[in-house]
Design a protein around this ligand. Structure first.
Ligand code: PLP
Length: 462
């Protein structure tokens, strides 16, 4: 049998052996990444304005990272973490723990954000089993509506993403209840101050604890800046302090999901740094390895780790590929580059420019309901009516149309779409999350391109 050369493989889905996300639509065949561009097999170049789903953070084709991974694979491609560790895993976890100013005690590395969330859920349960005296009755979780925490069954159950849950609802654990997210644009009453809004949400959480029995809850789970599920929505000032107080009152842990908004995307390495709180457990992912290797993880504080150390001293959880050396090598090099090139300062500076220019260019657009975000993590939510904030009907596929036919086909700009209808009452949104080394002229071009009437008109014409 003669195999066709891989780079000449037809991309028509009907001929594909891949169980693609969609079985009949064709996919563009990606040949390589070059700096801030994606290059297709047919030579077309696309500017990557979102780093995939906020994954890419130092751009594509970085030789230093490639060489670090290559060297690691030659030296030690795999490590069975039952008996061994590697220097690269130790170094990466040390870097992560130190990056929290010692507030976190240990890091645990897996291969995807979903796995990190599964581990966080199990670690919080194990913490209560090993407390002295133990609290085995803590089996419940509280999270928020219109959230996404991953696609595996545990993570999906914690999340509130309606469309992604729907078909699997009977399989999902039932010990999770949901409260309202903190979304000033959608959730705050007219004339309500930020303080009143925060107090209302904190009360709702407190009531939910009382409702399910405060001693039954392991943890409250939330994303500091809601990414894919709502389109880069930061909480209003004081929210996280208030909800952490509620968690403390009831003895529950606070798990923050920083898979999408963390590792520098928000302008600080950890998004919680801007909230004046420290979670008990945090998860990280996408920008950890910047798309060079699949790597994600969790960090746990001294309270959690100290309790398990004194208890069984073993986290009852493990994966064949946890602490994968090549993944650690990639992440360590990506993080070194971010530090050496002072890219977090660029995230803040370019983030301010992006925010200002988006507001100037699009703030008055009749179908732009809200522009929000932090660092290089910005979302634009569209509305059919700016007075009533009514969303466009699902049949418009607005975000997808704007991204695919409006921006990618006409201008070669890649941003990340989110369908509001898939997740409750929100309008469609797009996410702009370029690499941390994006330049000001590129930011200007992204804004001009998104603001171009033809980009928007494609979606709005339907
Ligand atoms: N948590 C958040 C906030 C995410 O945005 C995602 C993925 O988009 C996940 C968890 C799951 O990560 P992964 O897709 O790597 O499993």
């Amino acid at each position: 049998m003669v195999l066709k050369k891989l780079d000449k493989m037809p991309v028509a889905n009907g001929n594909s052996a891949v169980l693609h996300r969609h079985l009949t639509e064709d996919f563009l065949s990606l040949a390589k990444g070059e700096g801030s561009h994606l290059v297709l097999e047919d030579g077309r170049k696309i500017f990557d304005g979102s780093g995939g789903a906020a994954v890419g953070c130092i751009g594509w084709g970085n030789k230093r990272v490639a060489e670090a991974v290559f060297k690691q694979i030659l030296e030690s491609p795999y490590c069975s973490t039952i008996f061994y560790t590697t220097k690269v895993q130790e170094d990466l976890c040390r870097f992560l723990v130190d990056s929290t100013g010692g507030k976190m005690a240990r890091a645990y590395l897996v291969n995807s954000g979903s796995e990190a969330m599964e581990a966080a859920v199990k670690l919080s349960r194990q913490y209560f089993l090993e407390l002295d005296p133990p609290q085995p009755q803590r089996t419940r979780f509280i999270s928020r509506e219109r959230s996404y925490h991953g696609t595996t069954l545990g993570a999906l159950a914690i999340g509130g993403h309606i469309a992604r849950r729907a078909k699997f609802e009977p399989l999902l654990m039932k010990n999770v209840s949901k409260v309202s997210p903190c979304n000033a644009f959608r959730g705050k009453f007219p004339n309500e101050t930020d303080q009143q809004y925060v107090a209302r949400l904190a009360k709702e959480l407190d009531d939910e604890f009382e409702n399910v029995g405060p001693e039954s809850v392991c943890a409250f789970v939330a994303e500091p800046i809601v990414g894919a599920a709502q389109g880069c929505v930061p909480a209003v000032a004081g929210y996280f302090k208030a909800i952490q107080e509620v968690c403390h009152k009831h003895g529950a842990l606070l798990i923050l999901d920083e898979v999408m908004c963390g590792m520098g995307r928000s302008g600080s390495l950890h998004a919680w740094e801007q909230e004046g709180i420290v979670p008990d457990i945090q998860t990280i992912g996408k920008a950890l390895g910047g798309g060079y290797q699949p790597i994600a993880g969790l960090l746990a504080n001294h309270k959690v780790i100290g309790t398990i150390e004194k208890g069984s001293s073993a986290f009852v959880h493990g994966h064949t590929y946890q602490g994968f050396p090549a993944g650690c090598a990639a992440a360590l090099e990506v993080q070194r580059i971010i530090q050496e090139e002072n890219l977090l300062a660029n995230v803040r500076e370019m983030g301010e420019l992006l925010s200002r220019r988006l507001h100037e260019r699009l703030g008055d657009h009749p179908n732009v309901g809200n522009i929000r975000g932090r660092g290089l993590f910005w979302g634009i939510e569209f509305v059919a009516d700016k007075e009533t904030l009514t969303a466009f009907p699902e049949s418009c596929h607005l975000a997808m149309e704007i991204c695919e036919r409006g921006l990618k086909e006409q201008y070669g700009l890649n941003v990340y779409p989110g369908a509001g209808s898939a997740n409750g009452i929100l309008g469609d949104h797009i996410i702009i999350s370029p690499a941390f080394n994006v330049r000001s002229e590129e930011v200007e071009w992204i804004v001009e391109t998104v603001g171009h009437t033809r980009s928007m008109a494609v979606g709005l014409a339907n």
